[in-house]
Design a protein around this ligand. Structure first.
Ligand SMILES: Nc1ncnc2c1ncn2[C@@H]1O[C@H](COP(=O)(O)OP(=O)(O)OP(=O)(O)O)[C@@H](O)[C@H]1O
Ligand SMILES: [Mg+2]
Length: 304
């Protein structure tokens, strides 16, 4: 299937209701080819509900979704081949071994001779030494890795990762994120949900922030951080500095240090020039950049 140049995912005014409760409220956004997109939001925001509509586990109440131009409701046979999906909830395949499950799963996609890819995934995801173990004998983190291997056996073009690192230890989390970056560099488009905002910040090209089913904001990660947060600048003086500092950005002043909060448009050089302090008295300057977590808290706070 030639999908080059097509948007991996387009969602238009998607609504998902469970009875009278609206879990997803007219959400629209579009992914760019090859990007890593983070769908963020507190518990119950509607992230899994959106992904469930994309993989036909739920039917949208209204609105429209497209995966590389195909509607999952109309052409699931195409969208399922194009998409790899790692669900949030662990499932139990009980009595089969890891390798058997991956072989069966390849069969669903008519990939009968898929040994090379399966072995590559087993090794890449650190499951090689466990490949003959039954699923019931796996730890939570191993089950999560198996789900990721399953989602990738058929070389999808769009990968949907719903909380892929929940319950996964720090070391494995780092190696999973490395793997996600590698997949993205190979041209795969990736949508992920996570509550680890520091990792989302370093990984995601763009993010969308959901709250109570509403998409509050969407944009390039760096731009959102710059728009929604400020930088903290701590200036440390050599000994006690008695000079008067007058700056609209001054937040805190002690004998040998001052703390400023500046918007992203203002440079640190301008700030120092502005406060007209003797530069020779400055011992050190520490700058704390705004974070995605701060931007996230800001966005949620605006709609309380
Ligand atoms: N099958 C269902 N029936 C009824 N309500 C549901 C169902 N699935 C989800 N909900 C409700 O819809 C809302 C959104 O749930 P969803 O699972 O999409 O949130 P989420 O953003 O994925 O949260 P989390 O971060 O906890 O995974 C929640 O209030 C949830 O209780
Ligand atoms: Mg969820």
């Amino acid at each position: 299937m030639d999908v080059s140049g097509k948007s991996p995912l387009k969602i238009e005014k998607l609504v998902k209701k469970y009875g009278n409760f609206t879990a997803v409220n007219e959400v629209s956004f579009e992914m760019k080819p090859g990007e890593i997109f983070g769908l963020l939001g507190p518990n119950g925001a509607g992230k899994t509900s959106i992904i469930s509509c994309l993989v036909t586990l739920q039917e949208p109440t209204s609105g429209h979704c497209e995966i590389f131009g195909y509607d999952p409701k109309v052409n699931p046979e195409y969208t399922k081949v194009l998409t790899g999906f790692v669900p949030q909830e662990l499932i139990n395949h009980g009595f089969f071994s890891i390798e058997e499950i991956l072989v069966f799963h390849s069969g669903f996609y008519q990939r009968w001779h898929n040994k090379e890819r399966i072995h590559y995934l087993l090794k890449r995801l650190g499951l090689w030494e466990h490949k003959d173990k039954k699923v019931k004998a796996l730890s939570g983190g191993m089950k999560r890795r198996l789900l990721i291997a399953k989602a990738l056996v058929h070389e999808p073009k769009l990968l949907l990762l719903d909380e892929p690192t929940a319950g996964v230890d720090i070391e494995l989390r780092a190696s999973l994120w490395d793997f996600v970056q590698e997949l993205s560099q190979d041209g795969m488009s990736i949508l992920l949900t996570t509550h680890y905002l520091e990792e989302a910040e370093s990984l995601c090209d763009r993010v969308g922030i959901l709250q109570n089913g509403n998409l509050r904001t969407v944009g390039p990660t760096r731009e959102l951080i710059e728009k929604l947060t400020e930088r903290k600048v701590h200036v440390f003086f050599d000994g006690v500095c008695n000079e008067e500092i007058s700056s609209p950005y001054l937040r805190n002043r002690e004998d040998n240090q001052a703390e400023f909060v500046i918007p992203h448009g203002v440079g640190v050089g301008d700030l120092i020039a502005d406060i007209q302090c003797n530069v020779h008295k400055i011992l050190d300057i520490k700058i704390e950049e705004g974070s995605l977590e701060e931007a996230f808290v800001h966005v949620l706070g605006e709609h309380q």
